[in-house]
Design a protein around this ligand. Structure first.
Ligand code: PRP
Ligand code: URA
Length: 212
C-alpha cells in the first residue's frame, strides 16, 4: 500500500498480541469487549503524543512547581454505531470528561454503501478535537460518510481510530480526507467479495454485542 502522510499504522507488539486473541473465533463476547477497550486505550495513548498542554502550578509536599496538564474539555468522542460503541470506554479511560456524540450507520449488505440512521453530536463540537471510532475500516464508506457529517457540523480537527484496516478503506479515507489523521492498529490483506476484511475478525458489532 502507498504511504499516506495522514495515516499511521501503529504496529505495536503489545497491541498485536491483543489483536491475535481478538481475531480468534473462539474468543467469547466478554473477552472480546475487554480487548477492544484495552486496545483503544493503547491507541489513544499513542495517537495523542502531540496533544497541546497548558502550564499549571502544583504544590507538592515540598515545594511549588510548574507542571503540564491536558485541557480535557476540548475532546469529543464520536463512535460509529454500533461497533464503535465498544471503543468509547477505552478513550474515556484517558479522557474521562470527554463528551460523546453518536453517528448511526450500517452497510447495505448488497451494495456495501453506508446508510445513515442517527446523528447526535455535542454542542460546540466544531471547536473540539474529535476522535471518531470504529473498530473496522473495510471499504471506507462508513468512515467517509461519518467524516462528512462531522465536517458539515464545522469540525476541523478529526482523528479517526480503527483497530483493523483494509488497504481499500485506508486509501479511500486517506485520499478523500487528507486533513483527517487516521490511526489504525494493524493493516490487513484485503476485502473478500462480501466486503469483509481478511484475515479480519468477522463482524465486529456481532462479536461485541453477542448478536450472532
Ligand atoms: C461495520 C463496521 C463499520 C463498517 C465498516 O459496521 O463496524 O462501521 O462495517 O465497513 P465499511 O468500511 O465498508 O463501511 P456494520 O455496517 O456491519 O454495522 P454494525 O456496526 O451495526 O454491525
Ligand atoms: N465490518 C466488520 O465488522 N467486519 C468486516 O470485516 C468488515 C466490515
Amino acid at each position: 500500500m502507498k504511504n499516506y502522510k495522514n495515516v499511521t499504522v501503529l504496529d505495536h507488539p503489545l497491541i498485536k498480541h491483543k489483536i491475535a486473541i481478538l481475531r480468534d473465533k473462539n474468543t467469547g463476547t466478554k473477552q472480546f469487549r475487554e480487548l477492544i477497550e484495552e486496545i483503544t486505550t493503547l491507541m489513544t495513548f499513542e495517537s495523542f503524543k502531540e496533544i497541546p498542554t497548558k502550564k499549571v502550578k502544583v504544590e507538592t509536599p515540598l515545594e511549588t512547581c510548574e507542571q503540564e496538564m491536558v485541557p480535557e474539555s476540548s475532546v469529543a468522542i464520536v463512535p460509529i454505531l454500533r461497533a464503535g460503541l465498544g471503543m468509547v470506554s477505552g478513550v474515556h479511560t484517558l479522557f474521562p470528561t470527554a463528551k460523546v456524540g453518536h453517528i448511526g450507520l450500517y452497510r447495505d449488505e448488497e451494495t456495501l454503501e453506508p446508510k445513515e440512521y442517527y446523528c447526535k453530536l455535542p454542542e460546540g463540537i466544531e471547536h473540539m478535537q474529535v476522535i471518531l471510532l470504529d473498530p473496522m475500516l473495510a471499504t471506507g464508506g462508513s468512515a467517509c460518510a461519518a467524516i462528512g457529517f462531522l465536517k458539515k457540523r464545522g469540525c476541523k480537527n478529526i482523528k479517526l481510530m480503527n483497530i483493523i484496516g483494509a488497504p481499500e478503506g485506508v486509501k479511500k479515507v486517506a485520499e478523500t480526507h487528507p486533513d483527517v489523521e487516521v490511526y489504525i492498529s494493524t493493516l490487513d490483506r484485503e476485502l473478500n467479495e462480501h466486503g469483509y476484511i481478511l484475515p479480519g475478525l468477522g463482524d465486529a458489532g456481532d462479536r461485541i454485542f453477542g448478536t450472532k
